[in-house]
Design a protein around this ligand. Structure first.
Ligand code: NAD
Length: 461
């Protein structure tokens, strides 16, 4: 059978199963979530090994934290809370409520949700969305990334062992398969990936009026402001920039710092990289860039900056040679005051390179940020309430972490998503449950009002 037919058949089977089942009970939803938790916990070792094979090298400790635990926690959160989420939500019908009318929102399963995932956190970004999708009572068709073939194949195999195809069906492949997948008439499509591909996804989904949630990336800025603890800021930023070798949608992409704090920041960054990674080339804690294309793309940013005569600082404590290596590791690299025409300032970096721009007035950084596409994350370091409120008020980003980076994504009670070029719609926790449910408005008329409204019917006058 060709892949298109296979997908159409799987979708039909899931639809029928969903209709027969109706709105699934809380027990059924919890069981589906618990099977995902058990799958992850039982197979964490082989999943981490598969991810490391796909990356060339990826720290197993990091993988446990960023992919296994980061998926298990949202799943547990959903299993614990979904009975409460499923309850109808009362809404005011004032002034009709005075005469006995009632209003409520009832949450219903949508049916079949399509999920397309990227390579950078292949396990987390496949399993954490299941929390909201299963909690809302849906079935799932999944298309993981072709850039992580070992992990994607393993995910398919493990899912087949734990679920019927009517619950989750997994399809492997690259752009061609993705193209076909995104043209299916799902009840909802969750896409996590790049802004460019998202445009194609939305076009394909529009043909069937499939609602989309787009979890994208972009250039998330950092501002180091007044009274910031420079040492602590450097520690958080460099930890965020080197985790997964900076291949994170929310990685701090570029940094604004006051001219007078620059040298302190550079010194502190060097110190914390030396502490975290005394060596890099064979350090098991330091992750490799995913493949040759991305490795060359990142190195070309550095080369371009050097050719432009900019100050480029490699944080390579042991002075190792990265020219001949079995993986694609790149040392953390700082580019000082890059101009806007450089590719490193135009494209999402998605690697361990950090451009640093200096400012004399905070307004310059806000003006720059607001001139560019709306980012997924924004980070402010500082201890000045007025300045912090100004930044929060005058910038628009998917989310913000104050005095750290990335952390807002770890909070299940906070909706996660982008705005503008960084995405559309949110998930996580209750907000994910709502995204993957149909919130149906139900109005209960009162007997008295039913009689009274007859007075409004014709004949008028
Ligand atoms: P990508 O857009 O290249 O690919 C993502 C997925 O889309 C893959 O499964 C791929 O096979 C599929 N795909 C590619 N072309 C397609 C097409 N024409 N039709 C349908 N599907 C297609 O992204 P990537 O390189 O895998 O991931 C990196 C990007 O993802 C970065 O921009 C990053 O910021 C973003 N990202 C966002 C989040 C988030 O939660 N907001 C999380 C991780 C990554």
């Amino acid at each position: 059978m060709d892949i298109h037919k296979e997908m159409v058949t799987a979708l039909e089977r899931q639809r029928i199963a969903s209709k027969v089942e109706g709105n699934p009970t809380a027990e059924t939803r919890i069981d589906r979530i618990n099977r995902a938790i058990s799958l992850l916990q039982t197979n964490s070792k082989i999943l981490c090994e598969a991810m490391s094979a796909d990356f060339g090298h990826r720290s197993k400790h990091q993988s446990r934290m960023t992919d296994i635990t980061a998926a298990v926690l949202p799943l547990k959160h959903a299993a614990k809370n979904l009975r409460r989420w499923m309850k109808p939500e009362k809404r005011s019908t004032f002034p009709f409520s005075l005469l006995g009318a009632r209003g409520e929102i009832q949450y219903q399963a949508l049916g079949v949700v399509g999920v397309i995932t990227p390579w950078n956190f292949p396990v987390q970004l496949t399993f954490s969305p299941l929390a909201g999708i299963f909690a809302a009572g849906n079935r799932i068709m999944l298309k993981p990334s072709e850039f992580t073939p070992c992990t994607s194949e393993l995910i398919q195999k493990l899912i087949r062992c734990r679920y019927d195809e009517e619950e989750i069906a997994v399809f492997l492949g690259g752009t061609d398969v993705g193209n076909i997948f995104s043209s299916l008439p799902f009840d909802h499509l969750l896409f996590t990936g790049s802004t460019n591909v998202a445009k194609r996804i939305m076009k394909a989904a529009a043909e069937n009026l499939v609602p989309v949630t787009l979890e994208l990336g972009g250039k998330s800025p950092v501002i180091i402001g007044k009274n910031a603890n420079i040492k602590q800021s450097a520690r958080s930023i460099m930890a965020g920039k080197t985790l997964n070798a900076g291949q994170i949608c929310l990685a701090p992409d570029y940094l604004f710092i006051q001219e007078r704090d620059k040298e302190n920041f550079l010194k502190a960054s060097r110190e914390c990289i030396t502490t975290m990674y005394p060596t890099l080339r064979s350090n098991p804690d330091y992750t490799s860039v995913i493949n040759r294309n991305h490795y060359e793309r990142l190195n070309s940013y550095v080369k371009e900056a050097k050719s432009a005569g900019l100050e480029v600082i490699e944080l390579n404590s042991a002075d190792e040679d990265f020219n001949h290596q079995s993986h694609y590791r790149i040392p953390p690299t700082l580019i000082i005051n890059p101009t806007d025409d450089l590719r490193v300032m135009q494209e999402e970096i998605f690697g361990p390179i950090l451009p640093i721009k200096t400012y004399t007035d905070i307004g310059e950084s806000l003006e720059y940020i607001n001139k560019h596409a709306r980012p997924l994350g924004l980070y402010y370091f500082g201890n000045n309430k007025e300045e912090r409120e100004k930044i929060l008020r005058e910038t628009i980003s998917g989310g913000v972490t104050v005095n750290d980076v990335i952390m807002h994504v770890t909070q299940e009670e906070l909706p996660f998503g982008g705005v503008g070029a960084s995405g559309m719609g949110v998930y996580h926790g209750y907000d994910g449950f709502k995204t993957f449910s149909h919130g149906k408005s139900v109005y209960h008329q009162s007997k008295l009002l039913a009689k009274l409204t007859r007075l409004l019917n014709p004949p008028y006058g």
